[in-house]
Design a protein around this ligand. Structure first.
Ligand code: NAD
Ligand code: UD1
Length: 371
């Protein structure tokens, strides 16, 4: 590193020199990890923007590539407002190899967190090619360019959807996998591709993070989930009913074998999820090869329990109507998160009251999202 700094001094590039010194100091600050320069694909989106906050607050340098197909650049401006720190943002499609390669060449990148992808189950059933093209081709381009630039630390946004309809709950990482729809299959295929990559080249360190159901928002109310169309997922739908944008919630089925008949899920606060990425990056610094973790709370709540929690957090009544089951839905899904606790030292800390209070703060301050 000293030789590198000398070269830079000799070149007389003062700005770059300062950047290198700052990076060197950060590497030596506490000695926690050498992974400090993080590129987030899809970093302007819901989970990505919250992860940006956590990383910036921990002193990481953050770069974002996003084509803004399902997000707005305003989310990153808000992240800068929350943290008082800068993000290097590239408005770029991951499937453009020349553009992505240029970003790697222009920057020092130690690790990538790969959030970019399309995520609507229903849309994936209508547009399978679009989903496979975006999610799988985007990942292939990213990995090829990472490899060419010698960057081999990757955190991938997978999903509990890869467990399909679980035979037993809580679900641990060794449970059988199998997806029902093109979205889920795209996640499963990418997990397989990344597994092959790590088998072929031991220099890769890859964390497959299987998220359960992310909800909530940053406590500032400045960033949160901002669906571009009618929300598919429960919590953004409930929030929009509470704020008066939608008239009533449709509860998809009350005849499941659950305590109140409605579907049970493992809702996790998006800030807890974001912190899980920090723990995963720290894990990558120990050269673990390929690792897989559930990021969930280990607790399941029904649709009606979530509605009640949201009503008490918001002081608003949520009118609802019981409908038939939504095709493709499963009755119960919640994580066994003990592996992440044991190996990452990470657990979800925030409960459903905080999830609902933060979701409501974001929705009530920003009834039209980032617009
Ligand atoms: P999001 O849609 O808010 O964020 C994804 C981001 O990726 C968006 O900003 C979008 O513009 C960007 N993007 C998509 N395709 C791109 C491309 N080709 N090039 C560049 N940018 C592109 O979604 P999110 O909720 O933040 O989810 C992030 C990741 O986590 C996704 O991969 C998703 O499948 C996964 N995931 C999400 C959930 C959830 O419930 N939100 C659950 C499990 C897994
Ligand atoms: C859905 C996706 C899943 C994806 C996850 C996160 C389906 C079948 N599954 O999971 O692949 O990983 O989102 O993006 O789409 N509900 C209602 N009314 C609503 C919305 C939802 O009653 O308007 C119920 C559902 O039936 C379910 C629960 O709320 O019981 C949670 O639904 P949702 O938020 O869509 O998440 P998942 O179904 O777990």
């Amino acid at each position: 590193m000293h030789q590198r700094i000398n070269e830079i001094i000799n070149d007389g590039i003062a700005g770059l020199f300062l950047y290198e010194v700052e990076t060197l100091l950060m590497h030596n600050d506490g000695g926690k990890t050498d992974i400090m320069n993080i590129l987030l694909t899809g970093g302007a989106g819901y989970i990505g923007s919250h992860t940006c906050v956590v990383l910036l607050e921990q002193g990481y340098h953050v770069m974002v590539i996003d084509n803004l197909c399902n997000s707005k650049a305003e989310s990153l401006k808000r992240v800068e407002k929350i943290t008082g720190k800068k993000i290097l943002f590239y408005h770029e499609d991951l499937r453009n190899p020349a553009g992505v390669d240029a970003i790697f060449r222009q920057n020092e990148v130690d690790a990538v967190i790969h959030f970019a992808g399309l995520k609507s189950v229903a849309e994936s059933v209508d547009q399978p090619l679009n989903y496979y093209q975006n999610n799988i081709s985007g990942t292939l381009v990213l990995c090829e360019i990472m490899q060419a630039n010698g960057v081999k630390n990757l955190v991938f946004s997978s999903s509990a959807t890869v467990y399909g309809n679980p035979e037993t709950v809580p679900i641990d990482e060794n449970a059988p996998v199998g997806a029902f729809n093109p979205y889920g299959r795209s996640k499963l295929f990418i997990e397989e591709i990344l597994t092959d990559l790590s088998l072929a080249d031991k220099a890769w360190n890859i964390a497959l993070l299987r998220y359960f159901n992310p909800v909530g928002a940053h406590p500032s109310g400045l960033i949160g989930e901002d669906p571009s169309d009618l929300p598919n997922n429960l919590m953004p739908y409930v929030s929009q009913v509470a704020v008066g944008k939608l008239t009533e919630l449709r509860v998809f089925g009350d005849d499941y074998d659950t305590p109140d008949g409605t579907g049970v899920r493992d809702y996790i606060h998006v800030m807890d999820l974001a912190e899980g990425h920090l723990s995963a990056l720290e894990k990558l610094a120990s050269n673990p090869g390929l690792v897989t973790y559930n990021l969930g709370t280990g607790k399941g709540y029904s649709v009606l329990e979530m509605v009640a929690a949201f009503e008490s957090a918001s002081g608003k009544q949520i009118p609802y109507k019981i409908m038939g089951r939504r095709p493709g839905d499963i009755p119960v899904c919640y994580a066994n998160p003990s592996l992440a606790e044991k190996e990452l030292g990470w657990t979800a800390r925030r409960g459903i009251d905080e999830m609902c209070a933060d979701a409501w703060r974001w929705q009530s301050i920003n009834p039209n999202g980032f617009v």
